[in-house]
Design a protein around this ligand. Structure first.
Ligand code: NAP
Length: 375
């Protein structure tokens, strides 16, 4: 098979997406990008993916590997190549100078500095440009980057482990462990994809969690741990406060929080953010995180925090890990607190759901959306 046939092009674009995914936890707040260079006869002559610390872009790395074989070749790039001077010179110039004949890319870069300018630059140099192949897969892969670029806010993913009767803890607050080992290993994989992890004050108190990532894979920046704690209840002796040397801890709290408590936590290296609505103003919390270039946040409960984010329509993606156990009890913590829907018609629907099995547990992941009357 040769470049230009649909099957071949799809296969190469899948490879470019696979390469791009190797940059997970290495590129934020930048995009994941993979590139494959294929000579006219169909042979792969160069591959590369973006890795922030290596500075050079996927296209440059792939072109370096290809050398003179790039002349007349097709470049499969998982995102529009950029045409501006950033940390590196324009990738479009590198593709043009190498003599690339055709560029295949699934989607435009949402970054206003780059968007459509890369394709324009390539076309001006008479390079054939094909856009749209595996666009859904490419969009999904870079959903955090795209959301961050388009909204200026981090992408928010809610994750909860629940019983079949929709509880996240028993009436005494016990939640360890609702799901089995396989599901918990998957959660560490999820943590690996995120820049920050966020919980509510009660979860911090009851569970005393560490909230570090234990996927065993490297990351460019440590996972930032965030607690919403209006009354500043977190103890300086908690696991979070004792491990600020390993990964940062940020607490959002009221401007009226006890100065003695603030000082005690600060001594431990905890960053205490007061004012601008404290922990209650979720939009301000997200804006603060985006100012620190945190592109994505994984919310790990509890139920009240989950409800507050869902009520505010600030959850972009949700994963429920459902264990085949029944907790029962009117006082057991519900998975989602807050105000919720008044009628079933107002309930949020999960779109584009994916279902996976982890041992005895079932993961349902989707994108929550309100259903409007025209749908
Ligand atoms: N199965 C699971 O996946 C899972 C995950 C996490 C937790 N849990 C369990 O769930 C229980 C805790 O859940 P929970 O619902 O009781 O509490 P939570 O959501 O962890 O924390 C709620 C508290 O966070 C504080 N808070 C600060 N800002 C907030 C905001 N904007 N919105 C909402 N809350 C805010 C409030 O206390 P202040 O006013 O004092 O700040 C609030 O009472 C624990 O038993 C824990 O073990 C289970």
């Amino acid at each position: 098979m040769r470049p230009g046939t649909l099957d071949f092009d799809q296969q190469m674009m899948r490879r470019a997406l696979e390469l791009a995914a190797r940059g997970i936890a290495q590129v934020s707040p930048g995009p994941l990008v993979g590139c494959v260079i294929v000579a006219e006869a169909g042979e792969i002559v160069g591959e590369g993916y973006y890795h922030y610390e290596r500075v050079r872009h996927a296209e440059t790395l792939a072109l370096e590997q290809a050398g003179s074989r790039a002349a007349g070749a097709t470049a499969y790039v998982s995102l529009e190549p950029h045409a501006h001077y950033g940390r590196t010179p324009p990738c479009t110039s590198a593709l043009i100078n190498a003599g690339i004949r055709r560029v295949v890319a699934p989607i435009q870069d949402p970054n206003p500095l780059v968007s459509s300018k890369g394709f324009m630059h390539l076309r001006q140099a008479r390079i054939e440009v094909s856009i749209g192949l595996l666009a859904d897969e490419a969009t999904r892969l870079n959903e955090k980057y795209i959301h961050f670029m388009q909204t200026g806010r981090p992408f928010v993913h809610l994750k909860l482990a629940i019983s079949v009767d929709g509880r996240i803890a028993t009436r005494t607050g016990d939640a360890r462990w609702i799901t089995g080992e396989e599901a918990r290993a998957r959660v560490h994989e999820l943590r690996h994809e995120y820049d920050a992890i966020l919980i509510g004050a009660r979860t911090a108190q009851v569970d005393d969690p560490l909230l570090t990532e234990r996927s065993g894979r490297g990351r460019r920046r440590p996972l930032v741990r965030v607690v919403l704690d209006e009354h500043l209840a977190l103890s300086p002796g908690s696991q979070l406060a004792r491990t600020t040397g390993e990964a940062p801890v940020i607490i959002f709290t009221s401007e009226h929080a006890d100065p003695g408590k603030v000082a005690g936590l600060q001594e431990r290296g905890v960053e205490v953010i007061q004012g601008a609505g404290g922990s209650r103003n979720l939009a301000a919390v997200l804006d603060h995180l985006s100012q620190r270039s945190l592109q994505s946040v994984l919310i790990e409960g509890g139920g009240r925090v989950a409800g507050a984010f869902l009520d505010a329509r600030l959850v972009d993606k949700a994963s429920f890990f459902i264990a085949p156990i029944i907790i029962g009890g009117s006082d057991a913590t519900p998975a989602v607190g807050g105000t919720g829907a008044a009628t079933i018609a107002e309930a949020l629907h999960l779109h584009d759901t994916e279902i996976r099995h982890h041992g005895h547990d079932i993961e349902i992941t989707g994108y929550p959306k309100a259903v409007t009357s025209d749908e």
